[in-house]
Design a protein around this ligand. Structure first.
Ligand SMILES: [Zn+2]
Ligand SMILES: [Zn+2]
Length: 552
């Protein structure tokens, strides 16, 4: 076998994201000075990271070697696997490989940034093989909560690595296409040097239920709903969108999508045939809003309670296109991403306070995970029978739990490598060892154009909140008439927007204040809320705002 050949060079496996955290998955395989990248995902920020839209992997290591990157393979279309692609491609113009749906979702993302014409997108099918530099990549189908997901068999002269991507062993998936057991055993018969596998649910015993089990719960909710049903999920959960559409047909309701990402993704998935919605069922949001409430299902984003999402805005009463009706039923169809529990819980409370019915995970079976639970993870290990095992995708405790499961099925401790971002693993002559750690930082994206590097070692430090800057407003008012005596005076500190003219924003804030004060003066707190909301809407940044009023 080639992996036993002493002349082979080493394969380096470089975890850049998703090792020791949930989200922003990215990994590089380097052999003979050529690099294959797998996935380029994002992670949503924690509560205290004011003004941060999302976080992407630090791919400085790749940037410095961009001419050596022979390809970027994307396993599936979820944000934690494609969300950073528009940033990565700006620095690393390598060809991108993925299945039709995955690349469709990548296209939607790139077309928004105007990057699409330059991108070299190469569609592959599960079951196909692509030679990418020294890497022979075999794509095999896996079940997940989005259609067209693949795992990878990667062969180079150093050996064979199996990379599962996100997967589960659903026997009755919505698209009737189960995980490719046969391919996994074929890899096993060839001898797998390293298995890298999804650890997200390594703390969940048993088997993950089939996607099909959601159908009856959806039916019950929709049948009993006295008014509109508003279903929130991720825009990339195409399987869930299909189930909502099927339920709409069964209950003779019309389905509308709200929000650009939901509309764009659904359109693309329909065009490629991954989403089947009868023409008479799908209506525009405007049309839906004009129909009797009982006939309508609206799908939107915001299942994580994100303040800027439609559910976030509905809960705050600030959604522009439509507001809540007393008979609305809101369905939050996703698990909380670890760390988001508090935000979601607050959003649920705000929604309930507005008098609507809220159905969420735990109340009804309206969500199942797309990730393998413990018994499936053991099955994967038993099918592939790898010589070495590297748990991926998960916080350290999940990776450790997955490592423990591997021991349960008989793997030796010394053949299991639990590593976090930056810890390079090397495979040479059939042997695996830990190599040096590469440095890394957290990369915060404040608005779609602004990138900020906050120095930190890649692990195990917690992300630092970005300094949002401050904006101070000084107003002098006539103490009798409450009229402005001069133009509002605005000073900023540290409030810098890449690609945006700060003076322009300051001018706009001044104008807004003049209007607001003219329409009747308010107290300092009110005015600072006005400024905060206005600045956020204009810039997606949340500086600290203070308003001082002097009356003369
Ligand atoms: Zn996924
Ligand atoms: Zn994932």
């Amino acid at each position: 076998m080639s992996s036993k050949n002493r002349m082979t060079k080493k394969l380096s496996i470089i975890p850049l994201g998703g090792f020791g955290e949930v989200g922003k998955n990215m990994l590089a395989y380097e052999y003979n000075n050529q690099i294959l990248v797998v996935d380029a995902g994002l992670m949503f920020p924690e509560n205290d990271m004011v003004g941060v839209e999302y976080i992407i992997p630090d791919y400085e290591y790749l940037k410095q070697r961009s001419d050596k990157v022979v390809g970027i393979v994307i396993t599936h279309g979820h944000e934690d696997h494609i969300g950073a692609i528009q940033h990565v491609l700006k620095d690393i113009p390598a060809p991108v490989y993925g299945t039709a749906l995955t690349l469709g979702l990548v296209e939607v993302k790139l077309s928004r940034g105007g990057l699409l014409p330059k991108a070299d997108l190469r569609t592959v099918k599960a079951g196909e093989t692509a030679q990418i530099g020294p890497f022979k990549v075999e794509f095999f189908h896996v079940c997940h909560s989005i259609p067209d997901s693949v795992g990878l068999g990667i062969t180079c002269p150093a050996g064979l690595v199996v990379h599962t991507g996100d997967y589960k062993f659903d026997q009755t998936p919505v698209d009737n296409w189960p995980t490719d057991f046969a391919k996994l055993t074929e890899f096993s018969s060839r001898g797998v040097d390293i298995l890298l596998a999804d650890s997200t649910n390594s703390e969940t015993p048993g088997w993950t239920p089939s996607e099909q089990t959601i159908g009856p719960a959806f039916d019950a909710v929709i049948r009993d709903a006295p008014g509109r049903v508003i279903i929130a999920t991720f825009a990339s959960l195409i399987s869930r969108i299909q189930q909502a559409a099927d339920a709409a047909v069964r209950h003779e309701r019309k389905l509308a999508f709200a929000g650009i990402s939901m509309v764009d993704n659904a359109k693309m998935a329909q065009m490629l045939g991954y989403l089947n919605i009868p023409e008479e069922t799908l209506v525009t949001l405007d049309a839906a809003l004009g129909m009797p409430a009982k006939n309508v299902i609206i799908m939107c984003t915001g299942s994580q309670g994100e303040p800027t999402s439609i559910i976030g805005r509905l809960s705050a009463g600030t959604n522009r296109q439509f507001g809540l009706l007393p008979e609305d039923t809101i369905v939050l169809s996703s698990h909380p991403i670890p760390g988001n529990e508090e935000v979601i819980s607050k959003a649920i409370n705000r929604l309930l306070r507005r008098g609507v019915n809220v159905i969420y995970d735990g109340l009804a079976k309206i969500h199942v995970s797309g990730h393998a639970s413990q018994e499936e993870q053991k099955l994967m290990l038993n099918l592939v029978r790898p010589k070495h095992f590297v748990p991926m995708h998960g916080e350290l405790r999940m990776l450790k739990r997955h490592a423990w499961l591997a021991e349960q099925v008989g793997m030796q401790k010394e053949n299991i490598f639990t590593v976090e971002n930056g810890n390079v693993i090397e495979l040479q002559d059939g042997k695996v060892r830990l190599a040096e750690r590469i440095p890394g930082k957290y990369v915060f994206i404040k608005s779609s154009s602004a990138v900020e590097n906050v120095p930190a070692t890649i692990q195990p430090r917690k992300p630092q909140p970005v300094n949002p800057g401050t904006l101070v407003v000084n107003l002098s008012l006539d103490k009798r008439t409450n009229r402005l005596l001069n133009n509002p005076e605005i000073t900023t500190n540290n409030f810098v927007l890449a690609g945006t003219d700060t003076t322009k924003i300051v001018g706009a804030v001044q104008q807004r204040l003049v209007e607001v004060i003219h329409s009747g003066v308010r107290v300092e707190r009110d005015l600072s809320d006005v400024v905060r909301t206005f600045v956020f809407n204009q810039t997606k940044c949340r500086p600290n705002v203070s308003v001082n009023i002097t009356r003369a």
